[in-house]
Ligand binder design. Structure first.
Ligand code: ZN
Length: 447
C-alpha cells in the first residue's frame, strides 16, 4: 500500500540559516577538537562549523525519539525525516509495508536518472534498554564533556541514518550534481529480522521502481584505528527440537523419557560448540563471522515435579558462515535428532536461503570505487563477514551488491549494550568519509 504522493520541493530553511541561529539549539562546539574535521582544503570554515552543529543537533534529536521495541510507533521518526527532506528541498515518499510499518524514502535525483541508483539504508528501530544499568537517560541524547553522546541507537544505527542525510545536505549545498540517483531509505523493524520491513519492501513493485544498483547499510563499530567493512553475512538459522517421551510417575526409572533425549541433543550441540570455539581461538585470522555458532536459547516443558513430561522443547540459535554448505548442515541436524532417540524431530529452516556475499573484486565496480576512496583518504579498513544478520541479506538475495559500513572507529562496541554512545568527533568524521564515498560511488559509470 502506497500512502501519499511524492512531496517535497518546498524550500525550507537552509542548513546555514538554521545553524546560525544559536538559540534554536544548544550545542557545545567548544568541546570538539576540530583538527580532524577540517575540509579537504584544510580550512575550518564557518560553513563547516555550521554544518557540524546542525548535524549533531539532528543526531541528538533523532536519538530522542524512542523508536524502541516492542510495539513501535514510527510516527515521530517519519515526522522528523519529513522535516529533513523538506528542509533540503528533496522529494520523499512514505511507503507502508504494513499498517504501522512505514518506510521513508528521500530521493536526490542524479544527472543520469535511468542509471541504476545508489541506496543508503538505515533502520529506524532500536532494541530495548535496561534503564537501571544506564548512567545517562537512554533517550536523552546527553552529551558529556568529552563530546560523547549517550543514547540507544547512537551506534546501531541512528548515527548512520543522520550521517547519510548530512552527507546529502553538504554535497547538495556545494552545487554539484552526481550521476546516479541516491535514495536515502529508512526502514522499520530491522531488529525483528526485517520480516515486516526490508524483507517485504524488497518484494514490492515500488522497490523495483527504485532501480537500485548498489547499497550501503550498517556495519560494526571498531575498537581500533581500522574501520570494518562487511560484505556478507552468516545465515540466521533457528531450530526447534522436539523431544517426546514416555509419561509416568517421577519416582520410577522408565525408558524412553523426554529428558534423556534432550540430554543427548544438548551433548551434540555443546560438543559441536566447543569445537567451533577452539577453531576460533586457535586461528588468529578468524573472526566470529567465520565459524558456526550454536546456542540453546529457550527450553520448555514439564507440568509438575513428580510427573514425566510428554515433551521437552529446545530452541537453538545457529549462525552459519558463508563457507558452510546448507544441505550438509541440515544433514548434521538430522543426524543429531536421530541419535537423540525415538521420534525426536526438528522444526524450522533458515530465516533466509543461502545468500552469496557481495564480491570484492574487479567485477564489482562499486567496490573498486569504495576501496580506492578509502585508500585515498588514508584510512585502514578490514573486510569481514558480519556475525549477526542485517537487512543487507535481502538486498544481496536479489543480486544487489551491498556493503555494511558504519564509519565508527576507536570506540568501544556498545551495540545493544548499556550506555551506548558515540563521540561527536567520530560522528562528524564519519560524515566527511561519507561525503567522499557517496560522491565517488554515485559517479561510477553506469555501463
Ligand atoms: Zn542495526
Amino acid at each position: 500500500m502506497v500512502l501519499g504522493p511524492f512531496k517535497g520541493g518546498r524550500e525550507g530553511k537552509t542548513a546555514a540559516m538554521v545553524a546560525r541561529t544559536p538559540s534554536t539549539f544548544e550545542i557545545r562546539t567548544d568541546l570538539f577538537t576540530v583538527e580532524n574535521r577540517k575540509m579537504s582544503d584544510g580550512v575550518q570554515t564557518q560553513q563547516t562549523a555550521d554544518f557540524d552543529a546542525l548535524a549533531v543537533k539532528n543526531f541528538r534529536e533523532y536519538l530522542r525519539i524512542p523508536s524502541v521495541h516492542p510495539n513501535i510507533n514510527y510516527d515521530d521518526c517519519i515526522k522528523f525525516l519529513e522535516g529533513q527532506a523538506i528542509g533540503m528541498g528533496l522529494p520523499y515518499k512514505v511507503y507502508h509495508t504494513a499498517a504501522t510499518k512505514p518506510v521513508f524514502i528521500m530521493t536526490w535525483e542524479g544527472t543520469e536518472p535511468n542509471a541504476p541508483s545508489v541506496m543508503l539504508n538505515s533502520h529506524m528501530d532500536v532494541v530495548p534498554v535496561f534503564e537501571e544499568n544506564w548512567t545517562h537517560k537512554p533517550f536523552g541524547a546527553e552529551m558529556d564533556a568529552d563530546g560523547k553522546i549517550y543514547a540507544r541507537g547512537a551506534q546501531d544505527m541512528k548515527c548512520v541514518g543522520i550521517q547519510y542525510l548530512e552527507t546529502i545536505r553538504r554535497l547538495k549545498t556545494t552545487g554539484i550534481r552526481l550521476k546516479r540517483t541516491i535514495h536515502c531509505i529508512f526502514v522499520p523493524d530491522e531488529e525483528m529480522g526485517g520480516i515486516e520491513g526490508m524483507r517485504r519492501f524488497v518484494k514490492t513493485d515500488f522497490f523495483k521502481s527504485l532501480n537500485v544498483g548498489f547499497a550501503l547499510d550498517e556495519g560494526m563499530t571498531s575498537e581500533t584505528d581500522e574501520f570494518l567493512l562487511y560484505y556478507g553475512e552468516r545465515t540466521v538459522w533457528t531450530v526447534v527440537f522436539r523431544c517426546p517421551g514416555q509419561t509416568g510417575h517421577g519416582s520410577l526409572l522408565l525408558d524412553n523419557t523426554a529428558a534423556e533425549k534432550m540430554r543427548h541433543l544438548l551433548d551434540r550441540i555443546y560438543d559441536f560448540r566447543e569445537k567451533e570455539k577452539q577453531k576460533l581461538e586457535n586461528n588468529p585470522e578468524m573472526t566470529i563471522g567465520d565459524v558456526t555458532t550454536v546456542n540453546v536459547t529457550i527450553m520448555q516443558g514439564g507440568v509438575q515435579s513428580n510427573v514425566l513430561p510428554a515433551e521437552f522443547v529446545v530452541t537453538m540459535d545457529c549462525r552459519i558462515p558463508v563457507t558452510v554448505d546448507h544441505e550438509k548442515w541440515f544433514e548434521t541436524l538430522q543426524r543429531w535428532c536421530k541419535e537423540a532417540g525415538k521420534d525426536v524431530a526438528m522444526e524450522n529452516r533458515p530465516l533466509a536461503p543461502l545468500v552469496q556475499p557481495t564480491k570484492l573484486d574487479e567485477s564489482n565496480k562499486y567496490w573498486m570505487t569504495f576501496k580506492s576512496t578509502i585508500d585515498k583518504l588514508g584510512l585502514k579498513m578490514t573486510p569481514r563477514i558480519f556475525p549477526g544478520g542485517t537487512d543487507s541479506r535481502y538486498l544481496r538475495q536479489l543480486g544487489i551488491p551491498a556493503l555494511g559500513f558504519s564509519p565508527i572507529n576507536n570506540t568501544p562496541v556498545l551495540l545493544h549494550d548499556d550506555d551506548e554512545y558515540l563521540n561527536a568527533d567520530v560522528f562528524l568524521k564519519g560524515i566527511e568519509i561519507y561525503c567522499k564515498l557517496v560522491s565517488a560511488i554515485s559517479n561510477v559509470d553506469s555501463d
